[in-house]
Design a binder for this molecule. Structure first.
Ligand code: HEC
Ligand code: HEC
Ligand code: HEC
Ligand code: HEC
Ligand code: HEC
Ligand code: HEC
Ligand code: HEC
Ligand code: HEC
Length: 411
């Protein structure tokens, strides 16, 4: 009897404890919602664009408030006292990970999250070369408005948690945030709509994947896939959640479909590296670790709309084009350039001689265009902006190198 009474009493105690914890939680939530309501009332007048966007977002529908994202701890390096609340301006991937842990984990594992490593000095040869170009040949201010806009800056802090103008604004894909996390989710989901549909459109990727050295958006737009996209995009449904967005909603893939989206039995991923078999952007291409598995995953994407013979044939043609580039165009020219350094005809310093610019463009511009042009189905890029220019510039480089050797009497 006594045991039973004790048991009942304990149950009541536990019940009360649970209730008070719940009550405390809901009081805390009510307090936060009150703070958040003030953000909206004031910003509606001061910056209506922000509040309008947020109102149209899935976040607003799910009652995710301004304060849920911007609230900060006293100990955060970029904490600011703002209208009676502690906030930070930057909402980093770490902040998003409270509610989206899977997306953030995958993103952090990708090359996107590492895109600003070239800022540091302890990097491999190829990267230091680009580094010298941005920061020394051109200058720091040029790097801030160029390289760092796509790759990301290292955010520096001024007094009271403010962000310095030298490093902010910046939404580069590998930005180094004050909390130590890397990246910026707004690079593809612009604030404050944070739309899934926007991120699936090729123009979003094209803000960075563009230009003479990596013209992926231009290549895509001239491919059959891109042409179908342009003629039919207004009739496609872009806002279907996660892995339900498959070939019944579109007739041709976008960048996201091939590199990120869930389709058939391929799972959605925020790691854009997991479906790639080659390193296409490097001076000389070589296969990735896990290249066979990665390639299979990409091929599974294609198989939603193509047959296996089509896809295998495509990859065979691509592999042959890569070997052609490596062996006929890159290797012989690299050997000639190495010879010049060895014989003291070029200085060790990078980008202080015209020949170095010419060789840089040879692999960095036309060499990349030839390789990416084929793999993303833009024949004009593979040919006229790619292999054709390699052929012509190979002759020119050979002539310049011969002339230099003759001038210095070292041939
Ligand atoms: C009484 C009006 C008011 C309230 C309440 C208010 N803000 Fe602001 N907020 C402003 C104004 C005005 C600015 C622009 C300040 C400026 O231009 O110097 C601003 C700026 C900001 C910035 C950018 C700061 C920067 O350094 O770039 C953020 C982020 C921000 N507010 C978020 C919030 C959040 C989150 C809340 C609620 C916790 C909130 N605000 C509440 C008026 C308000
Ligand atoms: C889902 C998270 C999220 C929510 C909800 C959110 N923000 Fe933001 N906000 C961000 C991100 C991300 C940025 C860009 C900063 C960065 O790059 O990290 C930002 C930037 C800002 C800025 C600076 C923008 C500029 O262009 O100067 C202001 C001001 C701001 N938010 C106010 C608000 C207000 C007001 C609300 C509510 C109506 C709100 N935010 C809701 C994530 C959020
Ligand atoms: C407090 C929790 C919370 C935080 C913090 C948060 N989100 Fe969300 N997010 C949600 C919820 C809830 C939804 C809507 C339901 C769903 O689709 O999961 C959502 C949906 C989304 C979507 C899909 C929108 C669509 O159009 O379908 C994107 C993209 C997104 N969030 C990005 C972000 C980013 C980027 C950040 C950080 C800047 C962030 N979220 C921070 C809770 C959060
Ligand atoms: C318009 C956006 C943009 C600008 C500006 C830009 N980059 Fe890039 N960069 C990219 C993209 C996109 C790639 C990936 C190319 C690929 O994989 O084909 C890349 C690739 C690289 C790589 C090769 C990374 C690797 O893993 O091999 C380096 C290094 C690099 N960029 C450095 C720089 C430097 C230094 C600058 C400034 C002088 C700069 N970038 C300017 C977008 C940009
Ligand atoms: C804000 C700029 C930016 C945006 C937007 C962007 N990227 Fe990138 N992307 C980069 C940079 C910079 C790199 C090179 C990273 C490195 O290796 O240093 C890169 C690399 C890549 C790579 C090669 C990764 C690897 O492992 O070598 C793929 C694939 C890629 N991006 C796909 C996409 C897709 C798809 C989108 C759109 C959904 C997109 N990117 C949007 C800047 C961007
Ligand atoms: C390179 C562009 C890019 C970046 C950067 C990016 N996303 Fe996404 N995100 C996408 C694409 C594309 C989709 C749609 C994937 C699909 O079709 O399955 C998406 C979908 C989402 C969704 C919806 C998932 C679902 O299942 O409905 C969330 C949540 C999300 N992203 C959060 C984030 C967060 C958090 C970050 C920052 C760590 C981030 N994204 C950075 C391109 C990006
Ligand atoms: C039809 C599918 C498809 C579409 C659409 C597509 N890609 Fe690709 N992409 C590929 C394939 C296949 C490769 C080469 C994969 C390999 O190495 O095995 C590739 C390679 C890349 C690389 C090279 C990474 C490296 O090694 O340097 C980048 C960056 C990239 N794509 C970005 C984009 C962007 C940005 C878009 C849209 C403008 C896009 N892709 C559209 C299939 C696609
Ligand atoms: C959502 C469906 C879809 C996906 C996924 C898809 N394609 Fe396609 N692809 C098409 C359609 C539709 C065409 C146009 C066919 C035609 O010309 O009649 C096409 C055309 C092509 C072409 C012909 C290009 C030309 O210039 O004639 C190639 C090559 C190709 N796709 C390769 C691929 C590869 C490789 C993948 C995977 C990396 C892939 N596709 C993924 C739908 C798709």
């Amino acid at each position: 009897m006594r045991i039973k009474a004790f048991f009942v009493f304990s149950l009541i105690l536990i019940g009360v404890a649970v209730q008070t914890a719940e009550a405390r939680q809901s009081t805390a939530r009510a307090r936060e919602e009150k703070i958040a309501a003030k953000c909206v009332t004031c910003h509606e007048k001061k910056s209506p664009g922000i509040v309008n966007d947020w109102r149209k977002s899935q976040h607003s529908r799910a009652r995710v408030t301004c304060y849920d994202c911007h609230k900060a701890e006293k100990t955060d390096l970029d904490v600011q006292e703002h209208e009676g609340a502690l906030i930070s301006v930057i909402v980093s991937p770490r902040d998003c990970s409270r509610c989206h842990p899977k997306e953030v984990r995958e993103f952090q594992e990708s090359h996107h999250a590492k895109a600003s490593t070239f800022l540091s000095k302890e990097t491999p040869e190829g990267r230091i070369m680009d580094n010298v170009l941005g920061y020394q040949v051109e200058g720091k201010a040029a790097a801030a408005v160029g390289c760092e806009k796509c790759h990301g800056s290292k955010i520096e802090l001024g007094p009271n948690g403010t962000l310095t103008a030298a490093t902010w604004p910046n939404t580069g894909i590998g930005r180094i945030n004050p909390d130590g996390s890397t990246g910026s989710c707004t690079a593809c989901h612009t604030r404050h709509k944070f739309s899934i549909g926007e991120a699936r459109k090729p123009e979003t990727c094209g803000t960075c994947h563009i230009g003479p050295d990596h013209p992926h958006i231009e290549i895509y737009m001239e491919s059959k896939h891109g042409v179908i996209y342009q003629s039919e995009k207004d009739t496609w449904d872009w806002d279907i959640a996660g892995s339900n967005w498959d070939a019944q909603y579109y007739r041709a893939p976008t960048c996201a479909t091939c590199h990120m989206s869930g389709i058939g039995d391929v799972e959605t991923t925020h790691n854009v590296s997991t479906r790639l078999s080659w390193y296409l952007a490097k001076p000389r291409s070589y296969p990735r670790d896990n290249w066979e598995e990665n390639r299979k995953t990409m091929q599974k994407v294609c198989l939603n709309c193509h047959s296996i013979n089509w896809v295998k044939g495509f990859y065979t043609q691509g592999d042959e084009a890569i070997h052609l580039y490596n062996e006929k165009f890159y290797d012989p020219m690299k050997a000639l350039m190495d010879g010049l350094y060895k014989d003291g005809l070029l200085t060790k310093a990078k980008f202080d001689e015209e020949l170095e610019f010419k060789f840089f463009e040879y692999w960095h511009h036309e060499g990349r265009r030839a390789r990416a042009g084929f793999f993303m189905m833009g024949a004009d890029y593979a040919q006229w902006h790619g292999f054709y220019e390699l052929g012509r510039n190979k002759l020119e480089l050979e002539r310049l190198i011969k002339e230099l050797r003759e001038k210095k009497g070292k041939h």
